[in-house]
Design a binder for this molecule. Structure first.
Ligand code: ADP
Ligand code: MG
Length: 593
């Protein structure tokens, strides 16, 4: 058996990075073919082979109709397509091309890679997580595991810091992970205790990141140029592309130097401007203010004062900006822990997690030496689900379908809740429930994950027979369902039929297919919710007819037999994401056109 490498991938909105653990258990970043440690998450379709990385980024504005960027913002969106050269691409397609690119250069350096851990934002939904896994499979990975980005950062902090590891940390540490990337601000409170790293709560802004700082600087320079020459460089794609590249360079310089120069050229004119750090800071103060507001909000919602935050850990490329560090220092009244590499720490954390999984797997031989293996095997990571998980039920007062959450947001994972249902017909063979997740924002209150079909019930069950359905989030916030016929104790098959795979299901075995009524209420505070929403009429009808007809609401009488078999996990008070990804617009383009 060939030894397996522990490989971690940070699949970022703007930059991606891949690393592996060497035999001593230290993460090593694998450079791309151009020798860069971080690869822009950008794909250019020009000719036969897609081009990934810096070259694609350089063409972004010049050939906007051939370049795709920020695909991560559309992960899990089944509608979104970029059509290039007459071919439609989904976010999964784009992400798999980026992953393929990273994996190809990794394989050149360390040999075959057939499994990896990929990072996702803590607030990613089930659909977004599954899309990420699929992108990994399509890129040629046999096994894909996920880890939440803040947990990765915290693991990197705990495991990457030898001193910290060996001093055996005090009982417990609360770590605030402040991750300011290209397009998003991700904040998480992470608790480290006795070899366990767990996210307590997360918050953030899906529309606040380094590109907003670029936009401010670009606007200011363009307006200055317009004033002087009466010509707007933003009007011409080539001038805009040139200026955008200059702005990115200048912004980066200003993180380490008090001044930077940048050139604007347009319509035969060329001018070099000097930007001072203090000017840039003033120009973007409103953005820095927003990072402060969100940070305060997280602590306020968690009822946690700064005194109870032990470490402020910064990561994400844009956290290098002095105004961000100054503001956080001022806010928290302490020195920040900037020991993590802003570009690499998330990938390194994922790599540690890959090592932890390998070390706990007896069936795989890893390249790690015994000491490194033992050390990794000791640590556990734990997360909470960012979204509530439940089913749709009918509220008899309003006769509308309402979400009935059985696993609330911020429940420690893994989490499982069992809910009992009663069959609605004699001899019912099959039960269908609509499984939902709470939405990430105000626009969508919930997202339908699919229908949970419980199949293979024993024959001749009387009406009202109890079926116990368990819905479970695993450690990586993936959803699983299982079901049991309570009378016979027999397990029934249960699977979530994804929305996109639903149609063919509707045509099979219609007769035996029916709803169930809710008999055990898993939410202590939901007396008005009485029955499971029937997704289809209850009486068997010809298949063709049933397919066309919209669902007829049928309210089963409340028939409470008992409480859920598993108590509802304690609800923590953190809120889900504040904003949702809007598939209709792309900030970068909106700002530049
Ligand atoms: P993501 O995870 O969203 O892909 P990263 O954490 O890689 O993003 O951060 C990318 C952002 O960091 C970009 O907006 C980039 O311009 C910015 N960035 C990188 N280096 C610096 C620097 N030295 N100073 C300021 N911003 C930087
Ligand atoms: Mg990131």
């Amino acid at each position: 058996m060939l030894p397996t490498h522990a490989v971690g991938i940070d699949l970022g909105t703007t930059y991606s990075c891949i690393s592996y653990l060497n035999e001593h258990g230290e993460p090593v970043t694998l450079a791309n073919k151009a020798g860069e440690l971080a690869t822009p998450s950008v794909v250019l379709f020009d000719g036969d082979e897609p081009i990934v990385g810096t070259e694609a980024l350089r063409s972004a504005i010049l050939f906007p109709d051939r370049v795709v960027m920020h695909a991560k913002r559309f992960m899990g969106d089944t509608e979104k397509r970029w059509t290039i050269g007459g071919r439609p691409y989904t976010a999964i397609d784009i992400s798999s091309l980026i992953l393929k690119h990273l994996l190809a250069s990794a394989r050149e350096q360390i040999g075959d890679v057939d499994q990896a851990v990929i990072t996702v934002p803590a607030q990613f939904s089930e659909a977004q997580r599954l899309a990420t896994i699929e992108a990994g499979h399509r890129a040629g990975l046999n096994r894909v595991d996920l880890i939440n980005e803040p947990v990765a950062a915290a693991l990197c902090h705990v495991l990457g810091n030898e001193g910290l590891w060996f001093t055996e940390l005090a009982e417990e540490q609360r770590i605030l992970v402040f991750d300011l990337g290209g397009g998003t601000l991700d904040l998480s409170l992470v608790k480290y205790s006795r070899d366990e790293v767990a996210v307590i709560a997360s918050d953030g802004d899906l529309r606040l990141g380094g590109i907003d700082w670029n936009e401010s600087l670009l606007t200011a320079i363009s307006e200055q140029f317009l004033k002087e020459f009466r010509l707007d460089p933003r009007q011409d794609p080539e001038s805009l592309q040139f200026l955008s590249n200059e702005v990115e360079q200048a912004k980066r310089s200003l993180s380490s130097r008090p001044k930077a120069a940048l050139t604007c050229q347009h319509a035969g004119h060329r001018k070099t401007y000097q930007v001072e750090q203090s000017q840039f800071e003033k120009l973007t103060r409103h953005l820095t203010d927003r990072t402060e507001e969100i940070t305060k909000r997280l602590l306020r919602d968690q009822k946690i004062g700064w005194a109870r935050v032990d470490v402020v850990l910064t990561t994400g490329g844009a956290s290098r900006m002095p105004m961000i560090r100054d503001r956080l220092k001022q806010l928290s009244g302490r020195t920040l822990n900037t020991s993590l590499s802003p570009d690499l720490s998330i990938a390194h954390g994922a790599t540690y997690y890959a090592g932890m999984l390998l070390s706990n797997n007896k069936f795989t031989k890893s390249i790690l030496n015994a000491a490194a293996s033992q050390r990794l095997a000791r640590v556990k990571q734990r997360s909470v689900n960012a979204r509530g998980l439940g089913i749709l039920v009918r509220d008899p007062r309003t006769n509308t379908r309402v979400p009935h959450y059985i696993i609330p947001p911020n429940t420690p994972l893994p989490a499982e809740v069992t809910q009992k249902f009663g069959t609605v017909m004699e001899g019912q063979k099959r039960v269908r429930l609509v499984v939902i997740e709470s939405g990430a924002g105000t626009k969508e209150s919930f997202v339908k994950l699919g229908d949970c079909v419980v199949d293979g019930l024993p024959p001749n069950l009387p009406e009202g027979s109890e079926i116990a359905v368990s819905i479970r989030y695993d450690e990586q916030a993936k959803v699983h369902v299982s079901a049991k016929d309570v009378t016979s104790g027999r397990r029934a098959e249960a699977e979530i039929v994804r929305a996109e795979n639903l149609k063919p299901q509707l045509t099979t075995d219609q007769k035996a297919d029916a709803d169930a009524r809710l008999v055990g209420d898993a939410t202590p505070s939901g007396p008005e919710i009485q029955s499971v929403t029937p997704t289809e009429p209850q009486a068997p009808q010809p298949a063709s007819h049933r397919q066309r007809k919209p669902p007829t609401p049928t309210v089963a009488s409340p028939h409470v037999i008992g409480r859920a078999a598993t108590p509802v996990p304690t609800v923590k008070t953190a809120k889900p994401a504040q904003e949702s990804i809007d598939p209709g617009e792309d900030e970068f383009w909106r700002s530049l056109h």
